[in-house]
Design a protein around this ligand. Sequence first.
Ligand SMILES: Cc1cc2nc3c(=O)[nH]c(=O)nc-3n(C[C@H](O)[C@H](O)[C@H](O)COP(=O)(O)OP(=O)(O)OC[C@H]3O[C@@H](n4cnc5c(N)ncnc54)[C@H](O)[C@@H]3O)c2cc1C
Length: 320
Amino acid sequence: MSVLVFLETDKGIIKKTSQEAIAYGAAVASATGGTVTALALGEGDASELAKAGRFGAAKVLHAADPRLNQENSLAYASALVQAVGATGSTVVILAKSGIGDAVAARAAARLKAAIVSGATELPDTAGGFSVKRSIYTGKAFATVEMKAPVKIIAIRKNAVDVQAEEGSAAVEVFNPVFGDNDFKATVTGSEKAGTQLSLTDADIIVSGGRGMKGPENWQPLIDLAQALGAATGCSKPVSDLDWRPHHEHIGQTGIKVAPNLYIACGISGAIQHLAGVNGSKCIVVINKDPEAPFFKAADYGIVGDVFDVLPRLTKAIKEG
Ligand SMILES: Cc1cc2nc3c(=O)[nH]c(=O)nc-3n(C[C@H](O)[C@H](O)[C@H](O)COP(=O)(O)OP(=O)(O)OC[C@H]3O[C@@H](n4cnc5c(N)ncnc54)[C@H](O)[C@@H]3O)c2cc1C
């Protein structure tokens, strides 16, 4: 099957989530006999885009129209539909994200495609094409059989391991045709809510709960985050109390994260919080109560006082 991968970039660099989408696409192509083409939208450095080859893409179609520099689900979906036509692709892979989901849905409607969002594993292609996806905020899985000729899959972070190899993709100019409708809503500017790493992209997150006792006590947590190059997050009550900004609130009603390492400091582990972190590869819990529910979901647990454990961890990391 020919596979098309929708790329997301950050300052011209292919995002980690899109590297995973390419690796996922490459595995599908290798299992079904096909090649992977990636689609990059907006101005960017071709030598950076060629790095898609390291993760398994043979070719990158690059639509460098400056109107595509800002996220626009209408125009992006239009470009994706045209790229499916140009490449004859029958499988489209995107990273599950705000823009990924919006583009996938719009493109699926136009292509009458089967769509799955939140895929957690490679598809089973023996005798059909079925994909496992996460449901009920990660508490269960559903297996979906995709029967339409074109299949669109938005994958969850960590659905596949990425191993960069030697290789370079051929970057080709691609000129999709747009109508006025594609730009009927455009982003005119954007600014980050904070200076820190984005929680959805972060590989490591250090997160604090009510056990941190108050906003004035956050420095030991921030010190650990800085030592690890991590983003900071928090539980809902912490942001409700204005101890930390709302964009750090993680959980069922906040941001859902899937870092390689999630360190929970003074968070009890209520199901609503766990719903936002259960895609994490490794969870470390620091809590003074050995009965705290979070320990049941933890890979490693430290029973102790955060104000004792955090400075010691930071010191050990800086020295190590
Ligand atoms: C509809 C709904 C949606 C919700 N959505 C979310 C959500 O998205 N995200 C979310 O987080 N919550 C959410 N909640 C709230 C959730 O149920 C919990 O109340 C909340 O997660 C608890 O936050 P916490 O663990 O920080 O605080 P607490 O439950 O008060 O836990 C504090 C923990 O810190 C430990 N502790 C105290 N002092 C120390 C110390 N010195 N050292 C080490 N450990 C210490 C305690 O043992 C305790 O386990 C939701 C609730 C509802 C009803």
